[in-house]
Design a binder for this molecule. Structure first.
Ligand code: CA
Length: 223
């Protein structure tokens, strides 16, 4: 199955133990101990599930959970050291998928991970999973349908979709699309984006994937 599981836990021994059990079951665990590192990591690595300790240095599990939910529906299992906390957490409607209380047996955690993944549809899909980009052929498909993009449109989409939620200025996009330093006008980027959006809309009508932020630039985001 090789599902990527992010283990956010600041007690190194506990984190290692969980990672070992997950590995034995065929998961690909990754450990983060610093609360501040979690949100950027989730954005760039799109894990299949997050095990999230409540008390962390840097930024607590509550805040992390809230922030992840603004851009991702990745299953989250919250871990707390106090059973009384769970009622309070449930009341907060954080969008976590399950709660585990410490002390736990690693076996139980792995079982819960599997149960949550089963419930949420086996391998959880990152928000843009329906989009597939083949860099060798410059071919992009959305929900299995060929978008028929030009090379420039492909590069634009690739740049934006690789960093969902990140805002890119026209200048940044130009730098990445024309690495030879060619200078094109802002309007050129706008017109490529316009065509790109039209092609996306043809496959996914009513869904905005490439958003423009007035006066700033563009970002890729799935609502
Ligand atoms: Ca902790």
């Amino acid at each position: 199955m090789n599902d990527k599981v992010l283990v956010v836990e600041d007690e190194p021994k506990l984190a290692e133990l969980l990672a070992d059990y997950l590995r034995q079951d065929g998961f690909l665990p990754e450990i983060l101990a610093d609360g501040l590192a979690v949100v950027p990591w989730v954005r760039t690595h799109a894990p299949d599930l997050v095990l999230l300790d409540l008390l962390l240095p840097g930024r607590g599990g509550l805040e992390i959970c809230r922030q992840i939910r603004t851009f991702s529906s990745v299953p989250i299992i919250m871990i707390t050291a106090r059973v009384e906390e769970i009622d309070r957490l449930l009341g907060l409607e954080l969008g976590a998928d399950d709660y585990i209380c410490k002390p736990f047996s690693p076996r139980e955690v792995v079982a819960r991970v599997k149960a949550v993944l089963r419930r949420t549809g086996g391998i959880s899909e990152p928000p843009n999973s329906a989009l597939s980009l083949d860099e060798t052929s410059f071919r992009a498909t959305l929900r299995g349908r060929d978008l028929d993009l030009t090379a420039v449109e492909f590069k634009l989409l690739h740049q934006l979709a690789a960093h969902p939620g990140n805002l890119f200025s026209r200048e940044q996009l130009m730098d990445r699309i024309y690495p030879d330093g060619r200078v094109v006008s802002d309007r050129t980027i706008d017109s490529h984006i316009k065509k790109l959006r039209r092609k996306l809309a043809a496959v996914a009508p009513g869904e905005e994937l490439v958003h423009s932020v007035y006066g700033v630039g563009y970002k890729f985001e799935v609502e």
